[in-house]
Write a protein that binds this ligand. Structure first.
Ligand code: GDP
Length: 466
């Protein structure tokens, strides 16, 4: 990414609108915009002659015509990217906006990469990395609470957690290392009891922060609903029925679904993606094992689960979804109900409903019975999730949670080492190594350990123009 280029992009949302925005950033933004844009009542100097940050009315010469428009000028370093920025605001016609971009390209600008404006702001030191994520979160937010969670991130909530954790880690590390360096001296740097207490408190803070993080990396995409269950229970058939698409290959041989299949589905006013993956078969090998891995990934990322049970098989005693989906909502579909007696159907439903923590629907993928009920439950599950959020929740990307969890794990290891020994710390080196690992993980939260690769991944999530 070359920061010396002047970049240009349409930065308003795609499609026609009352207003559209073309944005330029870089040293030549003003002379480049001075081509198509003519300032009203200005004879000569154009935008370049205007001092400071301002908003001016003018005309835009594009495609052989002239349109009224306005320009916002933000001079370095008082701009988002800390470079000269010009925003041209004009009628939001995709054709017109495209012509303005072309005119700027012809005058020496380069098309911006996704997220490049925000990347420039970050590289100029305007934000730390967690704030960059917050901006991505605010762009992707679909509800007030998501927006508020992203704002908390923008205002440094995660950075604060990270800095406090780093401080405590640094202090504990210096105490443990001090004890190691002066092992022969009669000085006590920290008692074993205090060390244990502080490690436990730190681990709890890190773990609860990870748990309070909203999964903001999902906001930009449709919610996922996973069809799960043993092979041959009717998952592919239900995918067909529920989505009305003939995507999945159904067969009476167990294990036909070899990859992740997905199809969009509308439940109420909510759109989601229904996924069908290979049935769970722990003893799988070769190709089937790859399908199992894809299934596990889909299970990790899903927002809700439809767990399909074959009504003709077994007695419905076990609850195989329990350990697998954590706190995600599960709907149990007792499928192939067309093949069993009504007493058998009621018996199965009663068994699964007993605990009251899952919704249970009798279904038949063949006759379509129960499909509307399943959709209603999916709607409730997705909707319920989005409103049931803690007030202090912070928007987090997957890597934020992973970093916090990794740090909590390292502190847990340090705790385990410190738990040995009666009065004195026997393995101070091991504790110090774990504390350093935790500090490294926490450091990634504020970008102190960010690599080119990490930065590339983060900014590629943005749209062009942001
Ligand atoms: P999957 O392995 O779980 O995806 O199961 P499939 O959808 O491939 O279905 C396995 C077999 O069960 C196929 O022969 C389907 O036609 C049949 N099947 C699926 N659902 C039902 C149902 O509700 N009623 C009946 N009678 N057969 C079904």
């Amino acid at each position: 990414m070359n920061l010396d280029d002047t970049i240009v992009a349409v930065s308003s949302p795609p499609g026609a609108a009352w207003r559209g925005i073309v944005r330029l950033s870089g040293a030549d933004s003003i002379p480049i915009a001075d081509g198509p844009f003519r300032v009203d009542g200005c004879h000569g100097g154009g935008l370049a002659a205007i001092e400071g940050n301002c908003h001016v009315q003018g005309m835009l010469a594009v495609g052989g015509g002239v349109l009224p428009s306005s320009a916002y000028l933000f001079r370095a370093p008082h701009s988002y990217t800390r470079q000269d920025i010009v925003e041209i605001h004009v009628l939001g016609s995709p054709g017109v906006l495209g012509l303005i971009v072309e005119a700027c390209l012809a005058r020496g600008a380069r098309r911006a990469e996704p997220g490049e404006f925000t990347a420039r702001a970050y590289l100029a030191g305007a934000f730390d990395l967690s704030q960059v994520h917050a901006i991505a979160g605010m762009i992707a937010a679909r509800s007030d609470h998501q927006l508020q969670a992203a704002e908390r991130l923008l205002h440094g909530a995660l950075g604060r957690i990270a800095r406090e954790a780093r401080e405590e880690l640094g202090e504990l590390l210096s105490l443990v290392e001090g004890a190691l360096d002066f092992a022969d001296e009669p000085i006590e740097f920290i008692t074993l009891g205090e060390l244990r207490e502080r490690l436990t408190a730190l681990r709890k803070t890190l773990a609860s922060s990870a748990a309070a993080g909203l999964r903001a990396e999902r906001w930009g995409r449709l919610p996922h609903v996973l069809l799960s269950g043993k092979p041959n229970v009717g998952k592919s058939s239900l995918l067909n029925r529920l989505t009305g698409l003939d995507r999945a290959i159904c067969a009476s041989v167990a294990g036909t679904t070899r990859d992740v299949l997905s199809a969009p589905m509308t439940v109420g006013e909510t759109e989601c993606l229904l996924l069908d993956v290979a049935g769970v078969d722990e003893g799988a090998s070769g190709l089937a094992r790859a399908a199992q891995a894809a299934a596990r990934r889909a299970a990790d990322e899903t927002d809700a689960v439809v767990y399909v049970i074959d009504a003709t098989v077994g007695r419905g005693e076990d609850r195989p979804w329990e350990d697998r989906f954590g706190d995600r909502p599960v709907i149990v579909a007792v499928n192939k109900c067309d093949l069993v007696s009504s007493s058998r159907r009621h018996e199965m439903i009663a068994t699964f409903s007993a605990s009251g923590d899952v919704a249970v629907c009798p279904t038949s993928a063949v006759t379509g019975t129960g499909c509307d009920a399943i959709k209603e439950e999916i709607h409730k599950a997705l909707h319920g999730r989005s409103v049931d959020v803690h007030e202090s929740a912070i928007a987090m990307m997957a890597e934020h949670r992973e970093a916090l969890e990794e740090a909590a794990e390292a502190v847990r290891n340090a705790e385990a080492v410190a738990a040995d020994g009666d009065e004195h710390l026997d393995n101070g080196e091991l504790v110090a190594a774990e504390l350093r690992a935790a500090a490294r993980a926490v450091g990634t939260l504020v970008g102190e350990e960010a690599t080119e690769d990490i930065l590339g991944r983060i900014f590629s999530r943005f749209c062009v123009g942001k």
